[in-house]
Ligand binder design. Structure first.
Ligand SMILES: NC(=O)c1ccc[n+]([C@@H]2O[C@H](COP(=O)([O-])OP(=O)(O)OC[C@H]3O[C@@H](n4cnc5c(N)ncnc54)[C@H](OP(=O)(O)O)[C@@H]3O)[C@@H](O)[C@H]2O)c1
Length: 247
């Protein structure tokens, strides 16, 4: 893997990236709360391969950065659709991070995804973030499966993401990694809570009519959400970028 752009070290284009460098390059600002998203896209802008999952467009370089980003996170925030489509149950521990990030599932329906369990508090926990419109029956079912403390009701008709992030920070979950899917990322960008986007571009085109990485209504019409490059790496044609949202 090599550096293409690193604005912090302009003299370093082309330099090789070791495993230790990778950890350093993706380290979040420790002194403040930070929300980072991570998605993969094909060259023609698809968020999935023909099997309907992102797993079929990942590359080895993307897997390595994916693991580093998780190691840096206190919580992985993910939409219930992705949990169902990609079979998430927890964030597995790694050698660097024996206590893994909490898996925080966002759902309007309040339905607990199959297999989601809540082993502990804080890092390593499984939490559900939902809203009051999920209804009493769904909320009490979720509380009986996950425990009272692991079901956060934030907002009435919609999940209030800024409130959810405040509640996570109160539990010490300050560095949050949004792993999609497109619906969740669209609402997170619309709510203005995303600081930084990690985006892998896999060197493949898939055609078809698949989702893009950001779903939902147009953002910040007419200009969109503007970002600036913070880092660009390359390995075997895979481009690994980190983009900061302009405030
Ligand atoms: N390319 C990538 O990096 C990447 C990453 C992740 C996923 N994906 C792919 O994206 C596809 C899934 O897309 P998707 O847009 O359906 O994913 P999603 O955002 O994970 O799931 C949508 C569902 O999540 C819940 N949800 C999401 N945002 C919410 C919000 N702001 N408030 C309340 N609930 C919210 C709702 O669940 P309820 O129905 O329970 O209310 C909603 O129906 C899959 O094919 C997956 O493989 C790709």
């Amino acid at each position: 893997m090599r550096v293409l752009i690193d604005p912090r070290r302009p003299a370093s284009p082309g330099s090789r990236v070791t495993a230790a460098d990778l950890v350093d390059l993706y380290a979040p600002a420790r002194h403040r709360r930070w929300v980072r998203s991570n998605m993969v896209t094909t060259l023609d802008g698809s968020a999935t391969g023909a099997d309907g999952t992102s797993g079929s467009v990942n590359t080895p370089a993307d897997h390595r950065v994916f693991a580093v980003l998780r190691d840096h996170a206190d919580a992985v925030l993910v939409g219930a659709g992705t949990v169902r489509d990609e079979g998430y149950t927890r964030v597995p521990p790694t050698r660097r991070s024996p206590v893994p990030a909490a898996l925080v599932v966002v759902t309007r329906s309040g339905r607990v995804p199959e297999g989601l369990r809540t082993p502990t508090e804080g890092r390593g926990a499984g939490l559900l973030v939902t809203c009051a419109s999920a209804g009493d029956a769904a909320l009490s079912r979720a509380r009986s499966v996950l425990g009272e403390e692991s079901v956060l009701v934030c907002g009435d008709d919609e999940v209030d993401l800024p409130e959810a992030l405040d509640r996570l920070a109160e539990r010490g979950l300050r560095h949050v990694l949004v792993e999609g899917g497109p619906s969740l990322l669209g609402t997170a960008l619309a709510a203005g809570v995303v600081d930084e986007m990690a985006l892998t571009t896999a060197p493949v085109v898939v055609g078809g009519d698949f989702p893009r990485i950001v779903g939902g209504p147009a953002l910040a019409v007419p200009d969109g959400v503007a970002l600036r490059p913070h880092l660009l790496l390359e390995e075997s044609g895979t481009l690994l970028g980190l983009w900061r949202v302009r405030r």
